[in-house]
Design a protein around this ligand. Structure first.
Ligand code: SF4
Ligand code: SF4
Length: 377
């Protein structure tokens, strides 16, 4: 990635960056603590960032943990992803009131996303390739005027496997600015790379000093170190071929014994994009809206085709989801549908782990012990 400048900013510089983006009329979204999780929300100022919060993650487990170093970005992926903003959970397609139909123009904020990790930047690109083909569509219009302040990850979580998916822990692809957080006896600072002219202009507006070669090397070393501390890894095999050959594997029945078909994995996944449409009427009957909403391939109704259901069992639905993520997504969109963020693992109520199920398909892991099926739902 071409860089215009590498600089250092301190913690107050981060506050200045939020204000500079807001001064440009942008809606700044980034990590913040709400309802016992690090979620993505509007940042009125840098004070909304999750200073001193980390997370503990494991299959079926996510909880906040206090840190004493004041780190801002030492939390791995939370329950929300940037999908909520580029492909909103609900959108009104049309409405009817008093016999008059109208198609509302959705509000289109000029977003700045602050704190985007490598896995999530890859997920935004993936959503762009799936949903952004129509330049007049909502996703394309949002992405066309998006400022990205990315974050190189130096503290992977217990369920992260971005390194094995080639999406992290360092950010790749297009970003405007990329931050690497450093905290040591030299203080709390961020090594900042400008990746675009927009980023360079932003950087010029906030107090900074030039980074030395040693600063940049040390930031790279921290990211390299994170690569070696991933919580897990996807098996290093041809996943398309693995899934194509796995149609009749007993693994699917084994997963189905545990899977609640709740759809949590698809809701938290930053690339799952399926939707359904439903009509929502006001109680008094004065008006109706047709709404597009996120849907899940784990919903029974979702695979209802031509008067019958194509995937009646949990085994068939899990197989469909995993086969699409890791296999047929390549055929449709030319990339993996999984970026290795780990969300589907920690937010699965029974701790089903896509990397472990893939390892079972390769034969590298034995079938799960029925006495050890993770936390009780
Ligand atoms: S989150 Fe877990 S239990 Fe729910 S549908 Fe996904 S794999 Fe099944
Ligand atoms: S399948 Fe799981 S690990 Fe992969 S991108 Fe979706 S939520 Fe993240």
């Amino acid at each position: 990635m071409a860089t215009w400048e590498t600089a250092l900013i301190d913690r107050r510089g981060l506050d200045d960056l939020v204000l500079a983006l807001r001064d440009d009329g942008r809606r700044v979204v980034g990590p913040t603590v709400r309802e016992s999780a690090v979620v993505l929300g509007d940042l009125e100022s840098g004070a909304d960032l999750p200073d001193g919060w980390g997370v503990v993650t494991a299959p079926g487990e996510y909880r906040l943990a206090r840190r004493d170093d004041g780190a801002v970005f030492s939390h791995s992926a939370g329950p929300m992803s940037w999908k909520s903003f580029v492909h909103p959970p609900r959108q009104v397609l049309w409405s009817e009131r008093g016999g008059t139909f109208s198609v509302p123009e959705p509000e289109e904020p000029r977003f700045a996303f602050l704190g985007v990790r490598g896995c999530d930047l890859a997920a935004i690109r993936t959503l762009g390739s799936v949903l952004g083909a129509d330049p007049g569509g909502y996703t394309a219009r949002i992405l066309a005027d998006l400022v990205v302040v990315a974050v190189n990850c130096i503290e992977p979580g217990g369920v992260c496997f971005c390194a094995s998916m080639g999406t992290g822990p360092g950010v790749g692809g297009r970003y405007d600015l990329a931050l690497t957080e450093r905290i040591d006896d030299r203080g709390h600072r961020f090594v900042v790379d400008a990746g675009t002219e927009t980023g360079a202009r932003l950087l010029a507006r906030i107090p900074h000093t030039a980074a030395t070669r040693a600063d940049a090397d040390e930031a790279c070393a921290a990211v390299d170190d994170a690569r070696g501390r991933m919580g897990r890894a996807m098996p290093d095999v041809d996943l398309r071929a693995l899934l194509r050959a796995a149609r009749d594997e007993p693994v699917w029945d084994d997963v189905a014994d545990r899977c609640l078909t709740c759809g949590n994995c698809t809701m938290v996944c930053p690339t799952c994009f399926c939707t359904s449409a439903e009509d929502v009427s006001e109680l008094g009957g004065e008006g109706t809206e047709r709404q597009q909403r996120w849907a899940s391939c784990f919903e029974l109704d979702y695979s209802h085709l031509h008067g019958g259901n194509a995937r009646t069992s949990g085994a068939a639905r899990y197989r469909q989801w995993m086969t699409h993520k890791l296999g047929t997504w390549f055929d449709q969109f030319g990339s993996s549908g999984c970026v290795g963020c780990g969300r589907c693992i920690d937010w699965c109520p029974v701790g089903i782990d896509i990397t472990a199920e893939a390892a079972r398909l390769t034969g590298a892991l034995p079938a799960i012990d029925p006495e050890d099926r993770g936390p009780e739902p």
